[in-house]
Design a protein. Structure first.
Ligand code: ADP
Length: 188
């Protein structure tokens, strides 16, 4: 049983599936903290440069893990990142893999002004369920869940489901799930 009083949850999936949307909403409804790996990589310079072709930072994984280890081990983090296999199993209590219909995802990525190559690369990854396979290979099957993220209703029901899991976890692990739990808002 982990010594942390609050669980660590990874919310992962192909870019555009709704990781940030889910993470922010869950952080509003629970004491868990949204831990955007994108922001940490950028702000704490956990990278070896910027890939102009793919318009993304080239992550220095060792530096990133060193940077976040202390905070993540304390628990209570919603780790929002489009990969999951780099985080040690002992840090993680639940892995949520969000999945989106290809045509819906295509529209979201195009709206983001991703270039054609980057859109194609990400749609292919979603079709091949690359991140789901990565999660299944890296963690115990019982802590990996796959959730649809096609619509706003999906976001609401997914967040409710993860919140219920969080409440059960804290009860079973002797934690305290009050505080931000009362601060429910209608935002999506
Ligand atoms: P990610 O963090 O996975 O890249 P975001 O949370 O930034 O994805 O979402 C990308 C875009 O798609 C945002 O405009 C967001 O509002 C929208 N979006 C995400 N999930 C859903 C959903 N389930 N239904 C409708 N729109 C969504």
């Amino acid at each position: 049983m982990p010594s942390r009083k609050l669980p660590n949850i990874i919310i992962t999936g192909t870019p555009g599936v709704g990781k940030t949307t889910h993470s922010q909403l869950l952080a509003d409804l629970t004491p868990l903290e949204h831990f955007s790996i994108n922001d940490i990589v950028k702000n704490k310079c956990c990278h070896t440069g910027f890939d102009e072709k793919f318009k993304s930072w080239i992550v220095d994984e060792d530096k990133l893990l060193d940077e976040i280890e202390g905070e993540v081990k304390q628990g209570g983090k919603i780790i929002d990142w489009h990969a999951c296999d780099l985080f040690p199993e002992s840090w993680i209590d639940l892995v949520v893999v969000l999945r989106t219909d290809n045509t819906v995802l295509f529209d979201r990525l195009t709206e983001r002004n991703y270039d054609e190559e980057k859109v194609t690369e990400n749609i292919d990854a979603e079709i091949m369920q690359v991140i789901l396979e990565e999660a299944r290979e890296s963690y115990d099957a019982e802590i990996v869940i796959e959730l649809r993220s096609d619509s706003a209703e999906d976001v609401d029901s997914n967040v409710e489901r993860i919140k219920a899991w969080y409440e059960a976890w804290t009860k079973n692990n002797g934690g305290n799930e009050t505080e931000a739990g009362d601060d429910e808002s209608d935002q999506e």
